[in-house]
Design a protein around this ligand. Sequence first.
Ligand code: NOJ
Length: 530
Amino acid sequence: MTPETARWWQRGIVYQIYPRSFQDANGDGVGDLRGIIQRLDYLRWLGVDAIWLSPIYPSPMKDFGYDVADYTGIHPLFGDMADFDRLLDEAHRRDLKVILDFVPNHSSDRHPWFLASRSSRDDPRRDWYIWRDPGLEGGPPNNWLSVFGGSAWEWDEATGQYYYHAFLKEQPDLNWRNPELRRAMHDVLRFWLARGVDGFRVDVIYHLIKDDQFRDNPLNADWRPGQDPFARVIPFYTTDRPEVQDVVRELRAVIDEFPDRLLIGEISLPIERLVAYYGADLDGAHLPFNFQLIDTPWHARTIDFLVREYERHLPPGGWPNWVLGNHDKPRIASRVGRGQARVAALLLLTLRGTPTLYCGDEIGMTDVPIPPDRVQDPFEKNVPGLGLGRDPQRTPMQWEAGPGAGFTAGDPWLPIAADADRVNVAAQRGDPGSLMSFYRELIALRTREPAFSVGTFRVIEAAGDVLAYERRHGGRAFAVAMNLGGEPHAAELQAGRVVLSTEGGRAGEAVGGAVALRGGEGLVVALDGA
Ligand code: NOJ
């Protein structure tokens, strides 16, 4: 692979925007499309190549847009179709690709398809959702659970059957075994692709097909009271069913009707199952999202192991990717501490594979404590007190000091972080030693040096808290070494010169042999004679 033969999404960096919290242009306390347009120059300055927008479709917002009531519209909260077309145009003029969230596993219970489906057992749309009679002893048809707590089956009095919902009861699952539904969804993709959208991130793609015999899920013997109630069973019959691969292949075929578009699959599965979503002939998702860095404890040896495992399991020609944060998981700066935030950035942006960066992580935003009366997330409301709520990582982007943090002139829908006067884009932009400046330098390095995007990857043997690897392309080679602990350590490296360091100040230093790293320090070294 060379920079010339690589596709844009292999060279590029994806930046996830959570639209409700990015930039509010009309003062209603919720971010919008015009707000995003205002910030495109910032994103270009930062150096990312693509933006992925969490859902912007009409929605009752029971799950903040992941309950779609119209797959081909824009929610008035965010603007209208003219705003969307302008966003697309303005992004493209700046060489930024636009990726939409596609939520095909379930719709809103307000979607006209579901209203029709639940209107009568004879309605032509009945089979577009998953309806079942009660179990033999009455009650739900089987033991399937909702990710957001309780049974996944909701009784419908009017038609005397249950419907299945993997998430909220307001998010009924669509029936992907129905060919008409499939065709309708393919047309949704075509609608946006024809408008110029560059790709999709497909929500919970591994959920799309459930067992056709509706067998009970096995119980999880390791589950203990006080843990996530969904983990009480193993979702064997409700996710990752063999037939889902056909569905993914068909989605990919639609994507391929248009030149140079991207299919990302959101998949929470262990590595050996995750890689199946590339498709048997690389005809599945281009990028099955890899959440290993989110889910793995922050220890050098554990990460060393998982990086090797991931590389080992990739199918030939399958392109890797790494995700460090998103709107569903605690923020990286909270998970690993601000002292490790630069090392985390270094890892994300120098590993082999497309990096996805979550808005706000570049300034080190941390999870914001949400007072009980301001909780918005239905997950927290349904399953309170277990730390599962996702509001803390969805708070408004911190652009500048002052009330509203430059995000809104109104009342923000979620509280703004207490440290926003200090931790914000404006303050960090003027400070060459800031985390954001480090991100920008790192992104520039990755963009400038093909070794980091298309180059080969080799782990360098290291011990204790040190993680190290080498990237190489076209006669240029770099060692990346980092200390994931708080105490000083040495990394054993070939001779070279430091080109970037997390602490700043070491650029240009000649190093080699046992290279000293302070706690939380990371280095990129251009190797001599490569
Ligand atoms: C995954 C999304 O990222 C999450 O925010 C959402 O609640 C569920 N899928 C259901 O759509």
